[in-house]
Design a protein around this ligand. Sequence first.
Ligand SMILES: *Cc1c(COP(=O)(O)O)cnc(C)c1O
Length: 494
Amino acid sequence: MEIMYKSTRSDSEPVTASQAILRGFPQDGGLYVPTAVPALDTDLSELAAMDYRGVAYEVMRLLLTDYTEEELKACIRGAYDSKFDDDLIVPLKKAGDAWYLELFHGPTIAFKDMALSILPYLMTTAARKNGSGNEIVILTATSGDTGKAALAGFAGVEGTKIMVFYPKHGVSPIQERQMVTTAGANTRVIGINGNFDDAQTSVKKLFTDKALVGEMERNGMQFSSANSINIGRLTPQIVYYVYAYTRLLADGTIKKGDPVNFVVPTGNFGNILAAYYAKRMGLPVGKLICASNSNKVLFDFFETGEYDRNREFILTSSPSMDILISSNLERLIYHICGDSSDLCASFMKELSESGKYTITDKMREGLSDFVGGYATEEQTAEEIRTLYDEYSYVIDPHTAVASSVYRRYRASSGDTTPAVIDSTASPFKFEGSVMKALGQKTDLPDLELADRLSELAGVPVPKAVSDLRDAPVLHDIVCDREDMEKEVRRFLGL
Ligand SMILES: *Cc1c(COP(=O)(O)O)cnc(C)c1O
């Protein structure tokens, strides 16, 4: 079955998967969604015997139907190799009542690597397939982790340029150092005076700025997006849900068909949306537990049916989830209003005009698989401490948000379905917050702190952190939101 992609906001011409990946998103400001959700057609027991690359192929071929077998397998081989510091790519660890799916063994030690290590391959293959001679310009706003993961993926890739904007005062010291030390003539990293939502809103405007886009076209360039709205990111994220399920099947924890709950620390709603698609593809998933930090706009949405971004933006110890506009939620809205682009467009119009919208009772029925929860800063720190005290297992604050939400969900609901918690970052990436939660001294230089954490956790300092020891700072531009376009033009020589 050929799967095409259309906009959430209009019913204009559907495009192929490779075209959707190349363009990033449709010109009407919506997001690409598949015109049909394909069913997993490989037996789960068969998948249980495959390695990560094998599962990746069996899942991704169903959604990226215009890639040939050779093309897709080459992309997968290029992405999931020794860049990952664990042969399994994504190990699954049991601690207490839950399994932790460690999605942080890639080059930037956060789960964004799962998709961003393959996106450059998917995109350059897409350019070749569609005969585009244009240089691809990746423009990205990041809350911290996407930036470096995208830079790591695209740095030095011929035919591409990548520009990343991050909130100057909204990322962890390690995250910032990772980004500003990026080498590669095709890279540019800029701090902005503002938060992530500011950066993301401005980037979205630049993408659809007709004058800029036209000028780029005349100069042989085109924008694409490495943000989680690109289906080239969403698709690879579906893979690890199937992988996690089949590992539990392989070790006898579950029988084929038994449900598994997934708990996802959520910001832009990309990761949990992938779990939703996995369920719709036929993976036996029970609840999708959506965990927020104090920016609990999604929790409130699941409670009340009203999405309201008009509230204070709170800086937390889980900065990659400090988000009030969860872009990918638009795809879920589209699906729960019966795949209606008219309805979806009207909700998104309300969101942009008044900052809020309320879905209908009928639509709320479509959310019955989801459970919302959130963790305060205190609960997050307490969860890090508990896991360490009871199981000598050190988790990062994002994972701790999910773990804390799950602990309370399990206690209050009595639901003992096996649960997999997405472990989205290495504790070393947020070592200050982790050490503080563990009651340790934190007024040490970042890299010494890493050594201390390594002793406590009994795991070596990841290469991504030790490599920062001698890396020189190569990017030091900071600008206001209003000057982002000027910086883009400067980087592109326009
Ligand atoms: C990006 C990120 C998240 C949030 O993922 P979404 O797909 O945006 O919901 C959670 N944890 C970490 C460590 C991240 O980098």
